[in-house]
Design a protein around this ligand. Structure first.
Ligand SMILES: Cc1cc2nc3c(=O)[nH]c(=O)nc-3n(C[C@H](O)[C@H](O)[C@H](O)COP(=O)(O)OP(=O)(O)OC[C@H]3O[C@@H](n4cnc5c(N)ncnc54)[C@H](O)[C@@H]3O)c2cc1C
Length: 257
């Protein structure tokens, strides 16, 4: 995909948060405005590349925009983030988010792997501030053990071998709270497809009550195409589609070469 990112930003700081997680602090570009939606993401274009990759906006504070990048085996951004990238100028899209808490939700459950941890941490902060009183349960599948300082809420930590995910099995084991709530989940695409089916067919939930997103594809062989979720999300919303339909279209678009 050719980059048409409207913003430029300079990397000011690189902080190693763990063996598989690197924090990049960027100078927030002029005109960049957060949506306030706690799982908002941007498309990032790193120097010398035209293709974009998607990263959650961990925070925008005092003119600084923070993203946390998972270090995995190989890839455009993962390799760049392990170099001396401080001082590099990157491209950024305008942010988009999809977290949408229904009015009748009496609880929130979040589940995700390391790529989802920035969004889950931000949703936990949002929940503490905006919807006080709602119980929040968080399941994180991480390769390097618990990261209690990363999320300002209790987390059930599950071990993952780097590059693999068994998040679907973790979610199948959840004891769901009573009544309507909101379940948010992100991680490896095949795990997400399984859980969308589970939410709809086994649990019988209305699509307003869950948001399950494929953040990366672990399928071997041909790499899933990078597709900007932003336009698909905007089009789906305009057509009145549910989040489930929108993310299913996103998965399908990534599968088409
Ligand atoms: C809305 C959204 C928000 C996201 N937020 C974040 C975030 O905050 N932090 C973050 O790190 N990622 C996030 N992701 C996931 C990230 O965009 C992908 O993991 C992306 O493919 C990484 O790009 P890359 O250039 O490092 O690897 P690519 O060049 O895209 O991929 C190279 C190879 O690595 C594999 N691969 C890709 N990601 C992973 C992974 N995480 N673990 C193991 N293997 C992998 C691919 O299957 C491929 O074979 C988000 C994705 C979406 C859609």
């Amino acid at each position: 995909m050719t980059s048409r990112t409207p913003f430029d930003a300079v990397v000011r700081e690189r902080i190693v948060l763990g063996e598989h997680l690197v924090r990049l602090v960027l100078e927030a570009p002029e005109g960049f405005a957060t949506t306030g939606v706690p799982d908002e993401w941007v498309a990032l274009t790193v120097p010398g590349q035209f293709q974009t990759r998607y990263y959650t906006v961990r925070s925008v504070v005092d003119g600084l925009l923070t993203i946390d990048v998972v270090v995995h085996e190989q890839g455009l951004v993962t390799e760049w983030a392990q170099t001396g990238c401080v001082g590099d100028r990157v491209g950024l899209s305008a942010p988009k988010g999809s977290f949408a808490l229904p009015a009748d939700a009496g609880w929130i459950v979040l589940a995700g792997d390391l790529t989802a941890l920035p969004a889950m941490a931000r949703i936990a902060e949002y929940s503490a501030g905006q919807v006080q009183g709602l119980p929040v349960e968080i399941h994180a599948e991480v390769p390097d053990g618990p990261m209690p300082d990363y999320v300002a809420a209790p987390v059930r930590w599950h071990h993952a071998d780097s590059g693999t995910s068994d998040l679907a099995a973790i979610v199948h084991g959840i004891s769901w709270p009573e009544g309507p709530g909101y379940f948010w989940m992100a991680g490896e695409s095949a795990q997400m497809r399984d859980i969308r089916r589970h939410a709809r067919h086994d649990l019988g939930w209305d699509t307003r009550h869950y948001d399950v997103m494929g953040y990366w594809s672990g399928s071997r062989g041909r790499q899933a195409r990078q597709v900007d979720p932003g336009p698909i999300y905007a089009r789906g919303r305009a057509l009145g589609q549910s989040d489930e339909q929108i993310w299913a279209e996103y998965d399908a678009a990534r599968g088409r070469a």
